[in-house]
Design a protein around this ligand. Sequence first.
Ligand SMILES: *Cc1c(COP(=O)(O)O)cnc(C)c1O
Length: 475
Amino acid sequence: MRYISTRGQSAPQAFCDILLGGLAPDGGLYLPESYPQVTRAELDAWRQLAYADLAYEILSRFITDIPSADLKALVAGTYTPEVYCHARNGGDPGQITPLTRLEDGLYTQELSNGPTLAFKDMAMQLLGNLFEYVLDRRGESINILGATSGDTGSAAEYAMRGKHNVKVFMLSPDGKMSAFQRAQMYSLQDANIFNIAVRGMFDDAQDIVKAVSNDAEFKAKYKIGAVNSINWARVAAQIVYYFQGYFLATRSNDEQVAFAVPSGNFGNICAGHVARMMGLPIARLVLATNENDVLDEFFRTGVYRPRTSVETSVTSSPSMDISKASNFERFVFDLVGRDPAVVRELWAKVDKGEAFDLSATVHWKKLPDFGFVSGRSTHKDRIAAIRLAQGRYNVMIDTHTADGLKVALENRQPGVPMIVLETAQPAKFEEAIREALGTEPVRPADLAGIESLPQRVVVMAPDAAAIKRFIVERV
Ligand SMILES: *Cc1c(COP(=O)(O)O)cnc(C)c1O
């Protein structure tokens, strides 16, 4: 399997060669040159498999440059009930991403049972193991630089802690994350993890990462890398739980299901799109946004109009606050018939800060073939959805999952089970649960009192030169 760029002007690459990088040299995103097709016989066989075995079957279609036995061992070491140990609602931890039944034909799928209680652990844990394996084999090292407003940074740190040849420099906005999120990251004592709280907002932290990464000489000399959501390996790892959710919600492979996906950078739902392209019987992919609704607008109107994100409050769904959806280009590449010239033309506009409009094109007529529908959710909606889930089903959900449930309920089809992807546990967003339900969410026992652990973090000015010096002194 080789990987091509959505902009068509970079040479095809093998999986291990795109694993450690970011964008393709032509500015595009990598995608497999074709989607592996799953036969009916394979689906029947996969229905019986445990999660790690299913993950191996799927990932081995995309990763053909790691020997089978090694890939099998990496995957088996990643998807264990010890790593994904925070199952709730009586789910079987052995299933890794178990379903919770709300009522007949309506489920949530727990993707947030990993170390940091958000779905990003599903892919990031595999990424940590793949990085270590490939770096060891090549005798190389990497220094990951990132900016986070919460979920991504902690998932990356828990995935990379203690890994050989990997250091992580994670910038976060000083004082802007919840006490729990700060404690998750800053209490890590691993020597290869460096937390830097930047005096400023998330965007200031993000700008520093961009400034450092744009310094090609510095980037090469100090082996600066990233683990952001455009990384293909993250998308690939996420394909697996769509298959698992399908098998758990159906009895036979003649049935169809729908997935509702709380979306921001389009990484999660992009994996659903790939699963569907592989032949998984998905009737609908229901995309849910919060107030930052660029994607909902696109799927309703054909107009993609990136704009400054509005910061939602601590009682909102902050991990869906995006202005541009970084993975969206992958879907548009497929929508326009995989024509890189069209993608180049569209993203020439996006990169200038302009909108594009597909509504009058032949491409737009193809949209129904892809199964997407969309909707948006506001603060009022998500508080109401948290109350509904608790009141009617006795299940506590977080704010992001609540946005998904709200839009899911607007898009059900008779006879088609709807699976709402649970992207975070309510314990991560205590303020919102207090507002909606007047109670405290239950926190997993192993995370009780983490706020009182000693913290390892340096506070710095939003100054790229100072942060470069900080990195140079530690690599
Ligand atoms: C990252 C995140 C999302 C958004 O996922 P995308 O892949 O960016 O669309 C939704 N919910 C939670 C809790 C997240 O951490």
